[in-house]
Structures are given as C-alpha cells and as structure tokens.
Design a protein around this ligand. Structure first.
Ligand code: NAD
Length: 264
C-alpha cells in the first residue's frame, strides 16, 4: 500500500513523457497527487505516459504539450495547470561537441530548455506556494551542475546556472510557511549516469563493435566509481521524499546521486 501523503496536492513535471520525468510523475501519482505532465512525443507516447501515471495511482493526469523553448507557451501551461504544490523541472536535452564546434542553435535551445524554462515555471509557481505556506520545487540538475566534463559547454553552463537559480529561490522562499504547513523548499538533484534515452548517443559513441554493454561500462569507468547506472525510479524516490512535510528544512541543496563521481 502506497503512502498517499500527496493526496489533495497538485504537481507538474516537465519532460515527463520519458525517462526520469516519467518516473517522477509516476511516483507523485502513486503518492496521490494530481499530476500535470509536460513533454514532447507523438500521440502514442503521450497516451502511454498518461496511462502510466494513472496506473501508478494519480487521481488525475493531464498532458501539456508546451515547447519549453517558448516562454509564452510556458506561461500558458502554468496558467492552465493552476496553483501547484509541487513543481519538478526535469525536461532537458544534451549536445556534445567541443566548444569551438558547438552549433549556436544548440547552445540557444539547451539554455532555453535546461535553464530558462525553469526560471519561467518557478516565477509562475512560487508566489502561490508562498501564499499557501507549502511548496516543493525539485529541479533535476546533474553532476554537471557541480563539475564539468569535456565537450558539454551548454549543458554544464545550464546545469551550474540551475543550481545557482535554485539557491536564490530557496533563500527567497525560506521564511514562507512553517513546520506545520511544510514551508516552501527549492532543491536540485544532481544525478550521475541514469539509464534513459538521453544518454544513448554517448553510450553508442563508446560502444564500438563491442555493443551497448561495452559502451555503458566505458561511460561508467570514466567518472562514476560505483560502476552502476542509476534507474529513473531511484531518482524519483528521492524527489518524492523531498516533497514530504518533514523535509521542510532541506532547501537550497544540490544533492548528488552519482555513485561517488563528485566525491573524487
Ligand atoms: P529523456 O530524454 O528520457 O527525457 C527528456 C524529456 O524532456 C522528454 O520528456 C522530452 O520530451 C522533454 N523535452 C525535451 N525537449 C523539450 C522541449 N523543448 N519542451 C518540452 N519538453 C522537452 O532524458 P532524461 O535522461 O530522463 O533527462 C531528464 C533530466 O535529467 C534532464 O534535465 C537531464 O539533463 C537530467 N539528467 C539526466 C541524466 C542521465 O544520465 N540520464 C543525468 C543527470 C541529469
């Protein structure tokens, strides 16, 4: 039996048609929240995501097709979703190339989706959370919000930016609500490698003739001492815990889930 501690709460998860976002949406639904999901995908992918969130236990699941590169579309999505108790900024893209070869349009898109969209959603959601004395913002950053890697200039810049943005929001919200209401917290999760479609091109780049398993082992060996990928549901479990009332004093943090990557 799930702990339905989010019954009566409303959540929105960006980029929830795939990977970590979908797992977070399912976890929030299993805890009883009405879940608004955003994310790209064809009709079948969106239907499957909504069905998964409902099957997990969400009393209601709604999809918003907003393209997060477009601030007006984000504002419309936030208005349509209405007051939120939980906001999970998860949508993200990746592009790897040396800085000198980085296509300018990829820089623009990456900064728009991985960073600016989080500003726009938080700007819309935080005042209501403050007024009600309860709110949880969980921003899915990355180890690349804490350290850099080669050939990821826009990704590292955006994720470092997201960690900074989240700290400012945490400070601005710190005095809202009280222990009984749960307060308003803003945190980042900073995963290392997580098994999702996002990293398949990086696995393929290392796979050579050895296949996918060789690619995965090579990725892990470079940086992640546990030599284990995380699963989306494991990231979701931590995001869900941050939504609990007793997590009211955990704010402004950037929490690594990286098998020791950033401990080195
Ligand atoms: P994924 O590719 O499986 O999912 C990305 C989601 O973002 C999809 O739902 C996609 O539709 C959505 N999205 C992309 N562009 C969009 C746009 N313009 N408008 C709206 N939605 C858009 O990736 P994932 O691995 O689950 O990544 C989720 C988050 O986790 C990202 O922010 C990523 O940077 C972060 N992350 C992933 C890993 C990893 O190893 N997979 C590690 C650290 C951090």
């Amino acid at each position: 039996m799930n702990d339905r501690f989010l019954e009566g709460r409303v959540a929105l998860v960006t980029g929830a048609t795939s990977g970590i976002g979908l797992a977070v949406a399912e976890a929030l639904g299993a805890a009883g929240a009405v879940v608004h999901i955003n994310g790209l995908g064809d009709a079948a992918q969106v239907r499957a995501a909504l069905a998964a969130v409902r099957a997990a236990g969400a009393p209601e699941a709604v999809h918003h097709p907003a393209d997060l590169r477009d601030p007006a579309a984000i504002r419309a999505m936030m208005a349509a979703a209405g007051p939120l108790d939980v906001l999970v900024n998860n949508a993200g893209i990746q592009h790897t190339a040396p800085l000198a070869d980085m296509p300018e349009e990829r820089w623009d898109a990456l900064l728009a989706i991985n960073l600016s969209a989080c500003f726009h959603t938080m700007k819309a959601a935080l005042p209501g959370m403050a007024a009600r004395g309860f709110g949880r913002v969980v921003n899915i950053a990355s180890v690349h919000g804490l350290v850099a890697s080669l050939h990821k200039a826009p990704y590292v810049a955006a994720k470092h930016g997201l960690v900074g943005l989240s700290k400012v929001a945490a400070l601005e919200m710190a005095g809202q609500g009280d222990r009984a209401s749960g307060g308003v917290t803003v945190n980042c999760l900073c995963p290392g490698w997580v098994e999702t479609p996002l990293i398949e091109p990086q696995i393929a780049a290392r796979a050579g003739d050895g296949g996918r398993e060789v690619g995965i082992r090579a990725l892990l060996a470079e940086k992640q001492p546990s030599l284990r990928m995380a699963l989306p549901a494991e990231i979701a479990a931590l995001a869900l815990w941050l939504c609990r009332r007793e997590a009211h004093n955990l704010t402004g943090a950037a929490i690594p889930v990286d098998g020791g990557w950033t401990a080195q």
